[in-house]
Each structure stands twice: as C-alpha cells, then as structure tokens.
Design a protein around this ligand. Structure first.
Ligand code: ZN
Length: 146
C-alpha cells in the first residue's frame, strides 16, 4: 500500500515530467508566427466545429534540430506540448514545424486529455488537411506584397 504522502509525491513527480519544458535556447521568432498560430487555431476550430479559445496557446520558437526533452522512444523530438504551451524546433518555414500537430494536442487538451499517445482519430483524419492548409497559407504570405 502506498501511503498518502508518498502517493502525493509520486503524482507531483509525474506532473513535473509532463510539464517539463525543453532546455533549448530560444531562436529568433518569425514575424508571422503569431498569425500562423491564429490560422492553425481557426483551422482546428473548423475541423472540430467549435470556437476554440482565443488567443491560441503561447508558442516558444527554439534553436536546435531536436528539442531537449525526455521522451523515451523518440530519437528526435521536433515539437512539444506542455503546460498549455507549444514548443517548436525552429525551421526556415513554419509549415515545416510540428505546429499543427502540437496545436492538436492543445485542442484535445480542451476536452480534458492532450492525447500524448496519439490515439484520437483526428491524428489520421484531420491533421494532414490542417498541415496542408498551413503550408498553403504560409506560401500565400510569402507571395503577398507587404
Ligand atoms: Zn504528439
């Protein structure tokens, strides 16, 4: 039997692991990152047929090819969702990051489970469409005169 105090300590350790943030330094943020986050939130709102909370979750844009996180079974983690925030390994294009993927963790978190094991149908049914739409939106941004 686990004594109550021990159980509390174990729960605290587990939560700390889930909310651990990557150790990478920040990278210079793309000017259109916040707009991309709004677009991703709107796309997921359409996919789920709901108005997801605004603003979208905060996004940290981090240096390095892989994020410095403890994720057994993953050789290179390029995106991370923890504590209501999204962490992305910086790439030249936002569409090449895991923005849509990590935003889906946030969306599912609104329903009580961020689905760290990727079992919800939306990973297979909707994610490719959202990723394609973000790519199309970003290409349009680069072609639009400012
Ligand atoms: Zn994931």
């Amino acid at each position: 039997m686990i004594r109550p105090m021990t159980r509390t300590a174990l729960i605290a350790i587990a939560l700390a692991a889930c909310d651990a943030v990557p150790g990478n330094p920040r990278a210079p943020r793309p000017a259109h990152l916040d707009d991309a986050a709004e677009v991703a939130r709107d796309l997921w709102s359409d996919e789920f047929g709901v108005d997801l909370p605004a603003p979208p979750p905060p996004i940290e844009w981090l240096a390095g090819d892989c994020l410095d996180v403890d994720a057994p079974g993953y050789a290179c983690v390029r995106g991370w969702y923890a504590g209501g925030a999204i962490y992305l390994a910086a790439r030249p294009a936002i569409a090449d990051t895991l923005l849509a993927h990590e935003m889906l963790h946030w969306v599912l978190d609104q329903y009580g489970d961020s689905d760290g094991t990727h079992e919800a149908p939306a990973w297979r049914t909707a994610l490719p469409d959202v990723e394609a739409a973000i790519l199309a939106w970003e290409l349009l941004q680069s072609e639009t005169p400012r």
